[in-house]
Design a protein around this ligand. Sequence first.
Ligand code: AMP
Ligand code: MG
Length: 480
Amino acid sequence: MPPLLGDWRHGFAALGPSFFTELPPTPLPSPHWVGVSGAVAALLDLPSGWQQRADALQVFTGNALPPGSQPLASVYSGHQFGVWAGQLGDGRAILLGETAGGQEIQLKGCGRTPYSRMGDGRAVLRSSIREFLCSEAMAALAIPTTRALCVTGSPQPVAREELETAAVVTRVAPSFIRFGHFEHFAARGQEVELRQLADYVIDRYYPACRGAANPYARLLQLVSERTAALLAQWQAVGFCHGVMNTDNMSILGLTIDYGPFQFLDAFDPNHICNHSDHLGRYAFNRQPGVAYWNLLCLAKALLPLIRDVEQAQAALDDYEPVFVEQFMARMRAKLGLLRTSAGDETLVDGLQQLLAAGRVDYTIFWRRLSHAVARGDFEPVRDMFADRAAFDAWLLSYKELLARDDKALSADLMLKTNPRFVLRNHLAEQAISAAKLGDFSELQTLQTLLARPFDEHPGFEAYADFPPDWASTISISCSS
Ligand code: AMP
Ligand code: MG
């Protein structure tokens, strides 16, 4: 039998004990498979038939260690809801190591660590399914994200608002290093470790920085640009993260730590998806600004290495222009506009105001608009707006810009840019309810649809339809 995971390398572990605590996962009784991603299995080059292997189920539940792994929980700190929270760390995630192909494998929900604080070290089935489905949905939308190989479940009870059961998500990413890792060593004045971490991140993930006059300023600049590009994608697709604390910000610009996230149903710029976010700090339209605030925290942490406030500040100068440029590029693609023109921003602004005023369903609007351009019939889109006159005025200026492009090319671009299927809260809820009863078919259906979100998938219209009334009563908090 070939080894499940082949050879390991341990770049992060080589940083040394200041960065983590070595410890094995805590086993869970009677594990079973909940969901598996074939795409991530391929990414990891897992041997064929791996899912049938007993060792795989045990390894990905944290009940057995794959040979050559070096399990550890890393330490980080961070700002939560704008307030310095001090030391946090992997309170329920254990890094097994890094595969020969350069992918780190982390088990989330596999027991207490020295960084668990008041937590039980566990993750519940509900939140694990949400993370699994959304990671893979984002990847299929070509949005940078940590991946999820699988979820396993166990009958072990876990106390949240209600009694739930335990699950483990196997997360995969080139690195799980967060802004908070840098803040941790900066806050403690541990400059040696701070430099070691920055050098590691540069050598492994941003090697081009080495040639820069100030490699650490250049690192900050590149992280800022990636973050801007990520936020442009979130805002264009209508994704609300919900907990953009600095410890939930990836140094690689990946979407990380799926908790109370939500894809917008009706377009509401002020939408707050996290019921624990009473002040709306992480409201949808605040996300780009919050990411910048988080980058300021990272800049402050890197200052002892950059050594010059002006250079640190200048490294963030690109954030806004990159965000605007990337966001507009996405919006042009969503509108099927093949070239840039002076009226684009006004057109997008005007549309956002219309969508907000009419609380128009964001995903359905874009998909209908794509079909409208393909067929030359805008009536189904017009039907979505109560204020028809305002929509008609907007449509007139849109059609003017569109007329300069080839209609077939525009429609094709739109159908590849505007997904028919996104992981709406109520769809996740349906899959979770069935999974709690041991039925994983709904989860698999969603997985199939979300893996190819731009395809029509005839017969699955209901999954692309307006949310039912009860969707707005779903309450998603930080509890996971
Ligand atoms: P989050 O808001 O989910 O990103 O979590 C913030 C911090 O709390 C991180 O350090 C987590 O590892 C930790 N944490 C969250 N839930 C638990 C839990 N059930 N047990 C232990 N630590 C947890
Ligand atoms: Mg987190």
